[in-house]
Design a protein around this ligand. Structure first.
Ligand code: SAM
Length: 269
């Protein structure tokens, strides 16, 4: 038996139109209204599955103003399903404002499991252990990309990026972290789906003529992260004008690095 809710969060396919669950189709058919990020995009899916439910739009720029409309319809006893253009709502897609408000108003909400680019990607790439950090879309600014690359030195981090920016982003990460291992997924569940796991230099080379389609990427933790972290810190202090001897004293005292190793490395850099 399936329990009924006032409001459903429903994932839709990320490429292959068949990647939708039986329950998602049933819910989309049974609710009174479907809230769509873009009604034209969702209508194609609804036509394919012969779903006749009425649609209305919400998007990241009008989410807050739309809350009143959701509350009004729900107060009249209507059931609503929320979808985004593709994949799972609220994973780099709008919906969070509405869901929070509806929770505060006491409506019952259920999120259905389903398609999502990041989980599809993670279930296919080689990984040791479970740990990863998903940061959504990586920042566009070079300085911020460098900061992210440094921050996750010891952890696998996963991000979404556009095909127009990915090569520039990877070059910035390479400059910051060296020739590390990465995994790049492109067009998952679509005709030209591919996953590449290699050194960042090889991936940049592989796509040197450009890259098309939707992209998800994981930067593996640096194998020699202790050394790399030490190098980052030495460079930072050098940029601030500290001398090699001072750097070795500071980093051995504050961070517990071996004083002689810091000094040797500082001379090299
Ligand atoms: N809500 C979606 C989800 O559940 O994955 C993500 C929406 S976000 C606006 C769109 C980004 O997700 C794309 O720019 C791309 O980085 C990633 N993405 C979506 N579909 C993808 C696919 N089929 N293959 C690889 N990446 C995909």
């Amino acid at each position: 038996m399936t329990r009924e809710f006032d409001f459903y969060i429903v994932p839709t396919p990320i490429g292959n139109i068949q990647d939708i669950t039986l329950r998602a189709i049933e819910v989309l058919k049974s609710v009174d209204l479907i809230a769509c990020e873009d009604t034209r995009v969702t209508q194609k899916l609804l036509n394919h599955y012969d779903i006749k439910t009425k649609c209305f739009s919400y998007h990241k720029y009008n989410e807050r103003e739309r809350v009143g409309y959701f509350l009004k319809e729900l107060s009249e006893g209507k059931k609503i399903a929320l979808v985004s253009d593709a994949g799972t709502p609220m994973i780099c897609d709008p919906g969070a404002v509405i869901v929070n408000e509806l929770k505060n108003a006491g409506y019952s909400i259920s999120a259905l499991p389903g398609a999502c680019a990041v989980t599809t990607f993670l279930s296919e790439i080689p990984r040791e252990g479970e740990e990863y950090t998903f940061i959504g879309f990586i920042p566009r600014n070079e300085k911020q990309i460098e900061e992210v690359a440094k921050k996750y030195l010891k952890h696998n981090f996963v991000f979404y990026e556009s095909p127009e920016r990915i090569l520039k982003t990877l070059k910035t990460i390479q400059k910051t972290r060296g020739d590390i291992k990465i995994a790049l997924g492109r067009e998952l569940s679509k005709l030209f789906e591919e996953i590449n796991v290699d050194k960042i230099s090889s991936i940049i080379e592989h796509y040197s003529n450009g890259i098309k389609g939707e992209i998800v990427c994981m930067i593996y933790a640096n194998e020699d992260s202790e050394n790399t972290e030490m190098e980052f810190k030495i460079k930072e202090l050098k940029n601030k004008g500290f001398k090699d001897k001072e750097i070795s004293t500071i980093l051995s005292t504050i961070c517990g690095f071996n004083k002689n190793e810091v000094y040797k490395k500082s001379l090299e850099l």
